[in-house]
Design a protein around this ligand. Sequence first.
Ligand SMILES: NC(=O)c1ccc[n+]([C@@H]2O[C@H](COP(=O)([O-])OP(=O)(O)OC[C@H]3O[C@@H](n4cnc5c(N)ncnc54)[C@H](O)[C@@H]3O)[C@@H](O)[C@H]2O)c1
Length: 266
Amino acid sequence: MSGRLANKKVLLLGAGSVGDGIGNGRAMAILFAREGAEIVGVDLNRGAAEETARLVREEGRDMVVLSGDVTDPADLARIIDAAEKALGRIDILVNNVGGSIPGGPEEITGEQWDAQFRFNVDYVHHSTRILAPRMAKQGGGAIVNISSIAGVRHLGHDLAAYAASKAALQQYTKVASVRYAPQNVRMNTVIPGLMFTPLVTVRLAAQQAGGDAEALIAKRHSKPPMGRMGDAWDVAYAALYLASDEAKYVTGAEIMVDGGLSNSVR
Ligand SMILES: NC(=O)c1ccc[n+]([C@@H]2O[C@H](COP(=O)([O-])OP(=O)(O)OC[C@H]3O[C@@H](n4cnc5c(N)ncnc54)[C@H](O)[C@@H]3O)[C@@H](O)[C@H]2O)c1
């Protein structure tokens, strides 16, 4: 352990994984714990977060698990208070919950549109408005938001509501970072590209490839200029930097973790 997050107290929203293996939230929990953080990991699916806690314990560390729905503002407030009670204070907040519903302007219903915004950006506003002032009172803190390359460019298939809600998340992070900069509360965004996480086989194969996971995996590997998808560790290492004091002068920034895809025409 090199202690890049020694003595840091972390609230990680979305600490489980949609399937077996290592998703972004799970990788962040393991890596942050390895670097010395004390973590409360939250998930709608308690079993998924318990599995993350088991992997954290394999690192010789611990993670407190809370279950709840971050998209319900009352439940989110309860979760934050419970996490603060468990940890004593919160230095780092990671907003990792999110995901996509496919469809373009004609397919996405009003209900789906609203649901995508609740899932990808509204709860980030609610967690920020509760925790940023508390971090400011403590002398500082760090908020790391997990966006998507869909918020930056079209990916070859329609994701109108996901793209719009992730773009909103990115701009929200930038403008809110200005508000809290004088109080040393830093807000930054990681923008993953096409990552090979359990999400690809569990959800995206059905949504985008009629259940043909192999075909979808091959297609996703072929798109980034680096010739392959990234993985959850790539996301976690970028988040680790932004969460740590190594990034003490970095706020309102975005780290693109996409193997060059955002700069390519593919
Ligand atoms: N995997 C990729 O290719 C990829 C690419 C770009 C961006 N992202 C972004 O990464 C983030 C998640 O990545 P992941 O690999 O951890 O995904 P994941 O779906 O495996 O894990 C997210 C966790 O959040 C939990 N969750 C869902 N709704 C919740 C709610 N309302 N309250 C509390 N918990 C809830 C799920 O149960 C799950 O365990 C998302 O914001 C997603 O948009 C992923």
